[in-house]
Structure formats: structure tokens, C-alpha cells
Write a protein that binds this ligand. Structure first.
Ligand code: ADP
Ligand code: MG
Length: 230
């Protein structure tokens, strides 16, 4: 147990450092991307144009990784815990993801038991839901629907459950889900789920994935309703 606590502390220092470095890299990276784009548009040599395209793709990869690192959970003391209507937060995230779900004619529906007001860091929770919905959309073929369920469990906890009818995962793949840099996607970073887990755990919640190959995946998050339990 003490070993586990030490490991958690180490992870949180590494996380803090990574988030700080990511923040510093972001602005220069944006400028490099912008200028590379301009050069590509103003050059005639086909070979050089091709090199610049490769550079732009690689810059996109770096910026995806940097963006995910920026949201690696902050230490508890710097979390911004607020009183939030979770129904609203979920609806906002679904709306934010519409450009991606519409592209595949995927309907993301909600099943809200009742209005749930809970204390959390809203930006971090949003980031978790964006990542989970993105994974669900990426795993789904066209016209397959996704459902987000929100439910109170008892006086202290509530749950958010995201169900997709996508490609699902083998049990070998499921074992590796939360490993950093584990990805099966050509343009994936493999950091999304690790980041989700860290954020949920710093909220004193749990995240649990159940999946059947070719049938789909259910991700269940349980979170405390109030600050006293975070
Ligand atoms: P990334 O999305 O960048 O690959 P993640 O950490 O978000 O990284 O996910 C890791 C891997 O877990 C994915 O590459 C994919 O193989 C698998 N995965 C995650 N969510 C799902 C899902 N809803 N359905 C099927 N596979 C999934
Ligand atoms: Mg992902």
C-alpha cells in the first residue's frame, strides 16, 4: 500500500512536469506549423511541397500529444473544484463533438435519470468525456449509435456510462488500455485513456471498461457527488 502511494506521488510529479512542458511547447509549435503552412503554399517545387506535407503531418502528431499531456491531471491542490450540473456538462460535450459524430451519421443520445449536481473540476471532467466519446466515435462504423447514461448511485456517488456499438476489443487489448502510448490507431497518441484514468482517480472515482469484440464497449465512471469525498 505504501509502495502504491509512493508510485502515485511519483506519477503526479511526472504528470505535473509533463503538463508544464507541454504548455511551453504549445506556442512555438503553433508558430512553426503556421509558417510551414505558408511556405508550402508559396513554393513551386513539388518535391519540397511533399516534404513540407510530411512535416505538417508530423507537427500534427506532436501537437496531439502535447494537447493530451496538457490535460494530464493536476495535483489535487490545484484542481478547480466547482458545483456543476452534470447533465448540462454532458450535453455541452455531446454538442461540441457533433462535427465528428455527424461525419459518421452517429447519433449520441442521452439517458438522464434526473438532474445531478456534483462537485468536480469541470474542465478536467469535460476532457475525460471528450476523450471517451472520441474513442467511441472512432470505434464505430457509420450509423451506429452511442448512448450516455447519467445516474445517481446513492447519497454519495453518481455514474456516467458511455455505451458504443463499435468494434470492441479483445481481452488482450483490454488489458493494455490504460498504458501510456498504447494505441491501435495510425494517428493515435495512446494517451487518452491514461489521462482519463488519472483525472478520474484524482477525483477519487473509478473508471471501468467492459468490451466485446465486434459488439461494442461500455465505459463506466463512478464519481463522488461532493468535495468532501474528493
Ligand atoms: P488513442 O485513442 O489515441 O489510440 P486511447 O488511450 O484513447 O488512445 O485508447 C487506446 C486504445 O484503446 C485505442 O487505440 C483502441 O485500440 C482502444 N479503445 C479505446 N476506446 C475504445 C472503444 N470505445 N472501442 C474500441 N476500442 C477502444
Ligand atoms: Mg483516444
Amino acid at each position: 500500500n505504501e509502495k502504491k502511494i509512493r508510485e502515485m506521488e511519483k506519477l503526479s510529479i511526472v504528470g505535473e512536469l509533463a503538463a508544464g512542458v507541454a504548455h511551453e511547447i504549445r506556442n512555438p509549435l503553433t508558430s512553426i506549423k503556421g509558417f510551414t503552412q505558408i511556405i508550402k503554399e508559396n513554393i513551386n517545387d513539388e518535391k519540397l511541397k511533399e516534404y513540407l506535407s510530411i512535416m505538417l503531418d508530423d507537427l500534427d502528431r506532436i501537437s496531439n500529444i502535447v494537447n493530451e499531456f496538457m490535460f494530464i491531471s493536476k495535483p489535487k491542490e490545484t484542481m478547480e473544484i466547482k458545483q456543476i450540473e452534470i447533465n448540462m456538462l454532458i450535453s455541452n460535450v455531446i454538442h461540441f463533438m457533433e462535427p465528428q459524430s455527424n461525419l459518421k451519421s452517429i447519433c449520441v443520445s442521452t439517458d438522464f435519470d434526473k438532474t445531478i449536481v456534483a462537485q468536480c473540476d469541470p474542465n478536467q471532467l469535460k476532457q475525460v468525456l471528450i476523450n471517451l466519446l472520441q474513442n467511441a466515435i472512432e470505434a464505430s462504423s457509420d450509423n451506429k449509435n452511442i448512448e450516455v447514461l447519467l445516474k445517481e448511485i446513492d447519497d454519495h456517488f453518481y455514474m456516467i456510462q458511455i455505451t458504443d456499438n463499435g468494434c470492441g476489443m479483445s481481452s488482450e487489448r483490454q488489458k493494455r488500455l490504460f498504458e501510456p502510448f498504447y494505441t491501435t490507431k495510425e494517428k493515435g497518441t495512446g494517451l487518452g485513456l491514461m489521462m482519463c484514468k488519472r483525472i478520474i482517480e484524482t477525483h477519487n472515482g473509478t473508471i471501468d471498461v467492459k468490451s466485446k469484440e465486434r459488439l461494442g464497449t461500455v465505459v463506466k465512471i463512478v464519481l463522488p457527488l461532493s468535495r468532501e469525498r474528493i
